[in-house]
Design a protein around this ligand. Sequence first.
Ligand SMILES: Cc1ncc(COP(=O)(O)O)c(C=O)c1O
Length: 402
Amino acid sequence: MRIPFGTITVTKESRALINEALDTCKLSSGKLVKSFEAKFAHLVGAKEAVALSTGTDADILALAVLHDFGAKRNDEVIIPALSFVATGNAVLHAGFKPVFVDIERHTLNIDPKKIERAITPRTRAIMPVHLMGKPADMDAINRIARRHKLYVIEDAAEAHGAVYKGKNVGTLGDMAAYSLYIAHIITTIEGGIVTTDRADFAEVLRSLRSHGRACKCKVCVLNMGNTYCGKRFKYGEGSDIRFVFERIGYSCKMNELEAAVGIGSMTNYKRIIAKRRKNLLSMIEKFRKFEPWLFTIKEEKHEKIGPHAFAIIVGEKASFTRNELGMYLEKNGIETRHLFSSMPTQCPGFAYLGHKLGAFPNAEYMGNNGLHIGVHQELGPAHVNYFIRTVEKFFKEKGIKI
Ligand SMILES: Cc1ncc(COP(=O)(O)O)c(C=O)c1O
């Protein structure tokens, strides 16, 4: 048996939309992207959604919006020390300085008790990550943000379908950034999207994704196949707003073929979420017997974990290493991924910031002892049981009695 990390379902509807787009040669960002944005905003419960090339772009652009709202280059953004490296990269690419805060071991998320001491006069935003789909403690984070007048941008890359105290993750801050990469629940193969309730943020996002242009209407007529836009020459005869660059921009639009895959993936959303949650909750339940050698995160009463993947954390008293377990799973057909690492102290790319190993003990622990595996919609009870049996066999070979 094999348990691949991810999968993708390309529906009949997507295939038909792709062929239609190919036949009409309308392939760059246009009506399918608009339709995907509207559907995604509706699903999350946000007023606006702006589709982009990747989830990393979603993180970068959500942060870069703040330059239009008072932030200065090299101002600071607070992020958890543990995340996929894109979170830290995004802060730097948006022109800010990442300020790292350690995580809680039992949630894998930023520790709200440690946020306030990281705030300085230059702090502009907090960007919590809902790692492995487990919602960060948004009430505590929003309280701190309100007290210090900071923006909150959710990195919801891994949190499709997550719910916190009855509200959808992605509606809990000023903006939320999602990845639509292939292993994620709603996918456009590569892709990302930012949701927000603020029309002024969405307008800046549309400008930023296209080089910072002054051309940023929600309903663009130019990319919908029309030839004349009444606003195009609003600065005067011959002065084209598409060549007026209002801010430092990026180039990260989504194309029509990607949006077509995304539209199909949303039609299947409820089925995919239900299947993945069933796999995740069953794994969480069956995994209890491996404590204290192995742990995972738990779903608490106030939340629903977005079923992105299953986290495996090797306990402190275990007589084996993460790499031994990982290799055993891989040799038995179960694909694994590390549970990321402490960006400031375990990712060589961030070494120039000068943080010392030991400064983020919980994030570093996950960097040395964490794995994650897939819970996707192609898997079912037989795969879950196979995974549990494989871990049991591993324990037996190591002489551990459970
Ligand atoms: C927490 C987090 N943030 C950002 C990203 C970046 O997304 P992408 O790979 O689509 O650029 C990822 C990727 O999975 C992620 O896990």
